[in-house]
Write a protein that binds this ligand. Structure first.
Ligand SMILES: [Zn+2]
Length: 112
């Protein structure tokens, strides 16, 4: 790893507001004279960036899972609604039938 001057870069610490305290490799002549634009974050920084992308990937996964969960919830709600409607229908038929049965039983009593 050499800079534009053919020199080995030296490890520096960033003093810019955005990357304060972060380490990077810079030109030997940095801040002196005729510095080339050699610049490279240290390996730990590269690893940090990788971790960031992994975090982004897991976040994406979570979002996908949440979307799927919502889809399942929606389906369950439909099934539950249909179930309730089904039960109401069933109870209605049951009451209706028992009413009819009682009526016919009463008619039998009268005809006796
Ligand atoms: Zn240089």
């Amino acid at each position: 790893m050499v800079c534009g001057h053919g020199e080995r870069p030296i490890l520096r610490t960033s003093t810019t507001k955005d990357n304060l305290g972060q380490r990077f490799w810079g030109c030997v002549y940095y801040e002196v004279h005729d510095a080339c634009d050699f610049f490279r974050w240290t390996d730990s920084e590269a690893r940090g960036a990788q971790q960031d992308s992994e975090i982004a990937r897991s976040r994406k996964k979570i979002t996908t899972l949440k979307t799927r969960l919502k889809d399942v919830e929606w389906k369950l709600r439909i099934v539950a609604t249909l179930g309730v409607v089904g039960w109401i229908g069933f109870l209605y038929l049951l009451l209706h039938n028992s009413h009819n049965l009682r009526q016919s039983y009463g008619m039998q009593l009268i005809s006796r």
